[in-house]
Design a protein around this ligand. Structure first.
Ligand SMILES: [Zn+2]
Length: 304
């Protein structure tokens, strides 16, 4: 029991001692010191933020980007002056006696290949360039009868044909109407308009006329002659506007019907379906038979 007393006593003493010490240390409103806190901390430059980061890697452009041209304009577009036109109408040709010609001299072994390029104002026509190419390759003269309306949008072709000594260009009306349905004023207009555009494009004059569809009344032939032009019909029809009339059949027709002075009518307006295909054999055969191919002018000039 004594030890318990002693332990209690010690605990009491210890607690008392501890409490005394604590009260003295944390007594409220008892300043720990009467002197103001000594602020000794002065700002130093170390507080100034310093940029310590350095750019250690400046990006370098190792390759300058190159612009690869994916398409190059190799030719500067040229604007072809649409027609370097001669202004004004074609000079008037002196009237001639009415001339309706279906063939040349039957005593001369001459044949004229003729190609119509017909076009109305509402139905455009194409151009069968393979015909021209075959004629040029085989050096075969020919005559093209062209509607004036077609000339307005085939300027370069018209000029090329007009300027090639192998070829001759004739009038095939302005817009290919049936001439039997026209009055005299309309008829004159059809002829004159075509003459004017050809003259304006080429500075040349046409002297031969081909009837649209070949249809006419006698007074129409007289009216054509009043414009100083001969009407050029034909004596060999190969019917090349019939789609299934193939090249072999075309040449069979030519071989059966051609004779001295013949004028063969064909089409170069894209509706002479097998004409270009038939031409090489046709020209070869005609030459083998002893015929010379000529323009209408040369066919009619013989014997003059
Ligand atoms: Zn025609």
């Amino acid at each position: 029991m004594d030890s318990m007393k002693l332990l209690r006593t010690l605990l009491f003493v210890f607690t008392l001692f501890w409490l005394t010490g604590c009260v003295a240390g944390v007594a409220p409103n008892t300043p720990a010191s009467t002197t103001p806190p000594n602020v000794t901390r002065t700002p130093t430059t170390t507080d100034t933020p310093t940029l310590t980061a350095t750019i250690t890697h400046t990006p370098t452009i190792t390759a300058t980007p190159t612009i690869t041209l994916t398409s190059t304009i190799t030719t500067t577009p040229t604007i072809t002056p649409t027609p370097t036109m001669i202004s004004g109408p074609a000079p008037t040709l002196a009237a001639i006696d009415t001339a309706f010609i279906t063939n040349g001299d039957r005593e001369q072994a001459l044949v004229a290949l003729t190609f119509d390029i017909c076009e109305s104002e509402t139905v455009p026509s194409g151009y069968d360039a393979a015909i021209e190419a075959a004629l040029v390759e085989l050096e075969a003269p020919a005559t093209f009868f062209i509607s004036g309306h077609w000339m307005t949008h085939n300027v370069e072709t018209v000029r090329r044909l007009a300027n090639n000594p192998l070829f001759e260009v004739g009038n095939h009306s302005w817009s290919h109407p049936d001439f039997r349905e026209l009055d005299a004023v309309q008829l004159d207009s059809q002829i004159v308009q075509a003459n004017d555009i050809f003259y304006q494009l080429t500075s040349q004059q046409m002297q031969y006329f081909r009837l649209p569809g070949g249809t006419y009344y006698p007074w129409i032939l007289d009216a054509v002659a009043e414009h100083g032009m001969s009407t050029i019909q034909w004596d060999v029809v190969i019917a090349d506007s019939v789609p299934d009339n193939d090249a072999e059949n075309i040449n069979r027709i030519v071989q059966e019907r051609v004779q001295n002075g013949s004028i063969i009518i064909m089409h170069a307006n894209g509706r002479g379906w097998h004409t270009a295909e038939a031409l090489p054999d046709m020209i070869s055969w005609l030459r083998e038979q002893g015929y010379t191919l000529v323009t209408i002018s040369d066919l009619l000039d013989v014997g003059k």
